[in-house]
Each structure stands twice: as structure tokens, then as C-alpha cells.
Design a protein around this ligand. Structure first.
Ligand code: PMP
Length: 393
């Protein structure tokens, strides 16, 4: 039967990684894959995570199954980090998931169970996995315009115009912060306008929060999510711990669902059911480390310090790149690099310009001209700036 299988298109970013590895040039620069790298190009295990692992090794006495939806302590720690200390526990259901991807998948599954005819609205562009999972699930989705390629900023009027077509019970997927792939984000006023619209239409926001702490700060990056959670009766939040805790391969994420209090029990039960149908229990190791880091004051302080180092390092690279480009182009047209937030910026370059930078300068970025700021360091920023100008961007 397997001879009937059709080859799937390879993941573009993983294919780019392979191409990068095969490039013999020693001065090559990888701005492709969405992984944080320090100035030496390493993706270190965070110090607080190392300490928590040591403590866990010393104190853990069993590896027996945990709760199907994950540990309540993990739920509480994540809810507090994402929603703030006063979160409405009586309306909140939580699910430990296999990374942020698993949280997104389970959110789509939950929406499909609750409202089989719904449409999921997704920003254009978005993280490609959103689209491929929705297509795989045969879930109806529509795109709303999000990015103005000339201004390299959120096309807010176009976004709101497109979202006029949403219906009650539709799901609107929003990136909580650090939009992937563009780096362009909603202001708080814009979040409030989106909340008004979704409230008026009776649509359900689904917030993908994969980079909390990578933009303006841990609290600041949750501000849009908190505004939506305070305003809307029903909300889904898919949070990833991969980046902000640096535990990519541990596969740690959390789906949070706000419903009315009367529906909480069934909602919570349905979340556990979804884990059961797909893979039973989610991985526990990463979730346990995250819980320890968030609830132990010493570990938490150490983690916050390192997270701030990571965030400020990326902001510094943004400032440096924008300054180099200002000088080389004798204009402010690249200042958006400093305004964008998170690991990514979409340059707005043509596929030909992206290819030219790869061929001429061994600079690898995704074909849509998304570059990973964390792939740079103080020495490679000027090289990239010169290549961008030489490619006629
Ligand atoms: N959402 C977005 C927008 C992302 O960029 C990512 C990471 N690439 C994720 C979700 C989920 O990541 P993970 O499954 O590794 O936690």
C-alpha cells in the first residue's frame, strides 16, 4: 500500500538548512531557521533550566504517568505568566501540549469539535505550519491581509476591512507578539479595535504566543493577549515554551481556553480527551522544568536575567543593522528593522534578491525574505547590510 503514497513537499525552511550545511564557504551566514543563537552561533541551554534539571534529577522519584491534561501546577504557572496573576481561574481550562505546535493543533481540533462549520481566519502571511496543519485537517480557512510590503508594517486598515467578513463562531488567529514571519505587530490601540470587532461579530480569538519575552519584555509581550482575554467571553491561547525557555526539543506548550464558567468542566474534559485521542500524555520533562523555573524565586530571577539578555541582544542587533542601512542607503527606508520586534523581520526583498545574497554572499534567509535577527552578530551585521544594498533591496 505504501507505493500509493505521494511525496510531500519538503519543509522550505528545513530544506534551506540542508542547503546551508552543504555550502562549503566558511563565511556563510544562517538567517534561516527560527532558533535563537548567541553571538557565537550557539543555542545554549539556559542557566535556570540547567539548574532546574539538576534539582529534578536529585529529587524526582518516579516517572509514572501524570495527569492527562498535564499537571495543575504547570497550568497555573503558565496561566500566570501569560494572563497575569489575576487570571479568571473559574473560566480557564488548560492543556499541556506537545510544544506550541501541539497547542495550535489542539486549538484547531477544539474549534472543529465545538463548531464544525467554522472558518479559521489567518494573517497573510503567517507561520507556514498554521496553513499546512489547517490544510491537513481539511479545516476551512481564509486569509486576512496583515502586512504592507512597501511600509514593512501592519496593514491595519486592510486587516480590519477583511475581518468585517467574519461570522459568529469563526476563529481569528492572531500572533500575540513578535509576528512570524514579518516582525510587525499590533499596537495596544489596534488590539482594542480588534477586540471590539470580534466582540461585535461573536468570533473567537485564537492567540498564538510563541515568543513571549522576545519583543518588549515578558509582561509587555502579553499585553495584547491580556486585553483580548479581559474583553472576550471565549478565547483560545496557544503558548510555546520552546523559545523563551530555550527547550525546543523538549516539546513544551500549553493551550489555554477561556469559556463561560458553566462550560469550564466540559471544556477541560474535552481538552484532556483531545490529548487522549492523539497521543495520551504530553511530554512532562519540559513542563516540569518550566513550572520549577516560574515558581522558584531564585530560578525565576536567573531566567528573567537571561531572557532579558537574549531580548536586548536582539534589539541591539536590530539597532545596529538599521543604522548601517541608514548610512549605506542614505535614507531611513530600513528603519523598520529597528521598529520590528522578535526574532524575525521581513525585509520585503524579491526572491531574486534573496537568491543573489545567497549566491554572492553566502547569506541564507527564507525565500519570502524573512531573516532571523539572532543569526547575526556585531561582525556580520555590516556584511548583511552591504549585501542588502548590493542586491538592490
Ligand atoms: N507558532 C509560531 C508563530 C512559531 O513561530 C512557532 C515556532 N516556530 C510555534 C508556534 C511553535 O513552536 P514549537 O512547537 O516548537 O513550540
Amino acid at each position: 500500500m505504501f507505493n500509493s503514497l505521494k511525496a510531500q513537499a519538503p519543509d522550505k525552511i528545513l530544506a534551506l538548512m540542508g542547503q546551508f550545511r552543504a555550502d562549503p564557504r566558511t563565511d556563510k551566514i544562517d538567517l534561516g531557521v527560527g532558533v535563537y543563537k548567541d553571538a557565537e552561533g550557539r543555542t545554549p541551554v539556559m542557566r535556570a533550566i540547567k539548574s532546574a534539571e539538576k534539582q529534578l534529577w536529585e529529587t524526582e522519584t518516579t516517572k509514572t504517568y501524570t495527569a492527562l491534561a498535564g499537571e495543575p501546577a504547570f497550568h497555573a504557572a503558565m496561566a500566570e505568566m501569560v494572563l497575569g496573576a489575576g487570571y479568571p481561574a473559574d473560566r480557564l481550562s488548560c492543556l499541556a501540549t506537545v510544544g506550541g505546535t501541539g497547542a495550535c493543533r489542539q486549538a484547531f481540533e477544539l474549534a472543529r469539535l465545538a463548531n464544525p462549520g467554522c472558518t479559521v481566519w489567518v494573517s497573510d502571511p503567517t507561520w507556514p505550519n498554521h496553513l499546512s496543519i489547517l490544510a491537513f485537517m481539511k479545516q476551512d480557512y481564509k486569509l486576512y491581509r496583515y502586512f504592507d510590503n512597501d511600509a514593512r508594517a501592519v496593514a491595519f486598515d486592510a486587516m480590519m476591512e477583511d475581518l468585517q467578513a467574519i461570522k459568529a463562531g469563526d476563529v481569528v488567529l492572531l500572533h500575540g507578539c513578535c509576528h512570524n514571519p514579518t516582525g510587525a505587530n499590533l499596537t495596544l490601540d489596534q488590539w482594542a479595535a480588534v477586540a471590539d470587532l470580534l466582540e461585535a461579530k461573536g468570533a473567537v480569538p485564537m492567540i498564538d504566543l510563541a515568543y513571549q519575552g522576545f519583543g518588549d519584555g515578558l509582561e509587555e509581550d502579553a499585553a495584547g493577549t491580556r486585553l483580548i482575554a479581559a474583553r472576550l467571553p471565549e478565547v483560545m491561547i496557544a503558548a510555546s515554551c520552546s523559545k523563551n525557555f530555550g527547550i525546543y526539543r523538549e516539546r513544551t506548550g500549553c493551550l489555554m481556553v477561556l469559556s463561560d464558567a458553566a462550560s469550564k468542566e466540559v471544556t477541560q474534559g474535552t481538552l484532556a480527551y483531545l490529548n487522549r485521542q492523539n497521543y495520551s500524555f504530553s511530554p512532562d520533562h519540559g513542563a516540569r522544568l518550566v513550572t520549577m523555573v516560574l515558581t522558584d524565586p531564585t530560578l525565576r530571577a536567573e531566567w528573567m536575567t537571561e531572557l532579558e539578555e537574549v531580548r536586548k541582544g536582539m534589539l541591539g542587533l536590530r539597532e545596529q543593522l538599521a543604522a548601517e542601512l541608514r548610512q549605506l542607503s542614505n535614507s531611513d527606508r530600513f528603519d523598520f528593522v529597528a521598529r520590528h520586534r522578535g526574532m524575525f523581520s521581513r525585509l520585503g526583498a524579491s526572491p531574486e534578491a534573496v537568491e543573489k545574497m545567497r549566491v554572492d554572499n553566502a547569506i541564507y534567509m527564507v525565500g519570502d525574505s524573512r531573516l532571523n535577527i539572532a543569526g547575526l552578530n556585531a561582525k556580520t551585521v555590516p556584511i548583511l547590510a552591504r549585501a542588502i544594498i548590493a542586491a538592490g533591496v
